[in-house]
Design a protein around this ligand. Sequence first.
Ligand code: CU
Length: 218
Amino acid sequence: MPLTRSIIGLALPLLLIAGCTENERATQRPESPATEEDQTPQQTQGGQNGDNGDNGDDTELASVSETFQPYGDDVAAVTYDDAVPEGATVDVRVTEDDDGEGTEFDLAVDGLEPDRDYGAHLHTDPCGEDPDAAGPHYQNEEDPEQPSVNPEYANDDNEVWLDFETDSEGAADPDTDVDWTPREGEANSIVIHEQHTMTGEGEAGQAGDRLACVNVPL
Ligand SMILES: [Cu+2]
């Protein structure tokens, strides 16, 4: 019907202006205006109630869209360094496979320095005023020796690594899969670091200074 179509025609450009780099992802969000125009209900709840069950979709564990700001009360995305400028945006989506045997992490950033390497990982604690507040990397199998720099534990199968290189506009959208699900309550943030993650003995998992942090409670 022509009226509905014209509304959608207005809504899509607005989504693009709002900085959504992936239309498809935006239209699946429960809060997305686009779903209000969509008469089919199956994508509107995103698994928030646990067992939405019969459509075969993965379960959404987290969906976060934030803008980096200096630390303060209720700031969910904290920048500690100009390499992640105030006003840069971050989107995180975490989905558990339908069979419960794996998890996908999708990160999207925009407004960072162009053509630059960054590291990024899932950390155990929420972001704080101190960059170290986010704690160590979340590990599926925890290294008895901390801090963990042993490649047997500090690797991209046992931790969540989302290293990326920004494009000429300062954007990137890395993703990764692991074959486990984080223990509830034990992973709470994604930290962006100053360089790609090292993998050698005695330095594995390290990626330089912590530039920014976004809360992703799982
Ligand atoms: Cu890290």
